[in-house]
Design a protein around this ligand. Structure first.
Ligand code: ZN
Length: 67
């Protein structure tokens, strides 16, 4: 048997957009677009904004503004 080992491909380089799973764009790494980057940022702010409590109580009062 010949030692036909696959070249060690750094999986970190083949990361995909954590939001939608698409191949990331160089401009918006690690996201695929500014939109996904924005979504991630929004999540961050959202989590930092609201205090971790019973989501059941807050879910009803959240007004989603989906433009
Ligand atoms: Zn994306």
């Amino acid at each position: 048997m010949s030692a036909t080992e696959k070249p060690a491909v750094p999986s970190a380089r083949r990361r995909r957009c954590p939001i939608c799973g698409r191949p990331p764009a160089t401009e918006f790494r690690p996201f695929c677009s500014a939109r996904c980057a924005d979504i991630d940022l929004g999540r961050w702010f959202g989590e930092a904004y609201r205090i971790p409590a019973d989501e059941d109580d807050l879910a009803g009062d959240l007004g989603e503004d989906a433009g």
